[in-house]
Write a protein that binds this ligand. Structure first.
Ligand code: NAP
Ligand code: ZN
Length: 349
């Protein structure tokens, strides 16, 4: 199938229109016309090769909402016209203990990313959601509940699931005291989800001008990280911190916020921490852990949870040709919530 997307051809290039072919449908494939595509900071990291494994041309995008336009012969779950979604994964081995346990994100043979990974069958590179169409095996396609506004749902597919998974794993609920570092895509979803779960939530921001937004989305308190006085007063006040910061940073300012046995889960930047020391953590039996996205079953549970609790990401809708400006804003931490591309702004040539 002929389609069009926006691709980058090297780590230093701008994204530009890119004509390419989507594969012919395999028997278990669903073809989707993409309607909305969220812009994750991981798209920026991979476009700029921050993680060292980028291949070009690259069509980023892994927060995808669309409509089914064609199905393979054996597809059971979906029919033409259904509103569906695709997130960060499009395949995994489906046979290892992790996949069988619905943790495809931890597949022992590594999951296939929606873009920038070779397809498991034909070895061509996968291309993501900054495009008009995508073809994906049905097991990795998700169902969008009717109650969700599709123009504001795309970020659930990555920002949502990446923060929902550790919140669920830590059994967050009434009585939990949760902190969230960073009020960008992931962070603002963490706030909304933890609030909906009944937790008391403190948003931790480096941008004073995001304070009102933090309160508006339900945080019980917003602390500006540079306000040493307020940070000191908040010592020992949190059980769990979800850290979404996308760049190398120093966590020593945040660790004292954890109570005894409190834990920080890093879901943000991949790499080393600045000035990392175990010193303040050891005397509190604190834990530091990492977490990557979440499984397909959990993602469907989250979509249903968002529908039930009327949770929508804060989305600023942009046009496809604004993508390079969008990346610059993301790099400067100027985005609160998520930028989402209205894919009707990308026309077939
Ligand atoms: P984003 O929208 O850019 O938000 C990140 C936020 O972090 C910013 O809005 C900013 O919030 C804060 N921040 C930025 N620079 C900072 C600094 N130097 N020090 C402290 N805080 C800073 O990014 P995102 O899409 O939420 O993604 C966040 C990170 O998660 C990225 O690195 C992304 O690759 C990663 N990620 C991981 C997974 C996973 O599976 N683990 C999945 C998706 C994304 P304030 O202005 O409020 O401080
Ligand atoms: Zn993402």
């Amino acid at each position: 199938m002929k389609t069009i997307g926006y691709a980058t051809h090297s780590k230093d290039s701008l994204l530009e229109p890119f004509n390419f072919e989507r594969r012919n449908l395999r028997s278990n494939d669903v073809a989707i016309e993409i309607l909305y595509s969220g812009i994750c900071h991981s798209d920026l990291h991979q476009a700029r090769n921050d993680w060292g494994f980028s291949e070009y041309p690259m069509v980023p995008g892994h927060e995808i909402i669309g409509k089914v336009i064609e199905i393979g012969n054996d597809v059971k779950k979906y029919k033409v016209g259904d509103t569906v979604a695709v997130g960060v994964m499009v395949d995994s081995c489906m046979e290892c203990d992790q996949c069988k346990n619905n943790d495809e994100q931890l597949c022992r043979d590594t999951f296939t990313q929606t873009y920038n990974t070779p397809d498991r069958i034909d070895k061509t590179m996968t291309y993501g959601g900054y495009s008009k169409h995508i073809v994906t095996r049905e097991e990795f396609v998700l169902d969008i509940p009717k109650a969700l506004d599709i123009s504001r749902a795309a970020p659930i597919l990555c920002a949502g699931i990446t923060t929902y998974t550790p919140l669920r794993e830590h059994k967050v609920g009434p009585g939990s005291r949760v902190g969230v570092m960073g009020l960008g895509g992931l962070g603002h979803m963490a706030v909304k989800l933890a609030v909906a779960m009944g937790a008391t939530v403190t948003a931790l921001t480096t941008s004073k001008n995001k304070t009102q937004m933090g309160l508006d989305i339900g945080a019980h308190k917003v602390l500006v990280a540079s306000d040493t006085e307020k940070m000191k007063e908040a010592a020992n006040s949190l059980d769990l911190i979800i850290n979404t910061v996308p760049v190398k940073h120093d966590i020593s300012n945040y660790i004292p916020l954890l109570d005894i046995r409190g834990e920080m889960v890093i879901v943000g930047q991949f790499g080393s921490l600045e000035n990392f020391t175990t010193m303040p953590m050891v005397f509190g039996n604190n834990k530091l852990s990492l977490s990557v996205i979440g499984g397909i079953k959990m993602t469907q549970e989250l979509l249903n949870f968002c529908a039930e609790h009327n949770i929508h990401p804060e989305c600023e809708i942009i046009k496809m040709d604004q993508i390079n400006d969008a990346f610059n804003r993301l790099a400067k931490a100027e985005v609160s919530g998520r930028l989402v591309i209205d894919m009707s702004s990308l026309k077939m040539e």
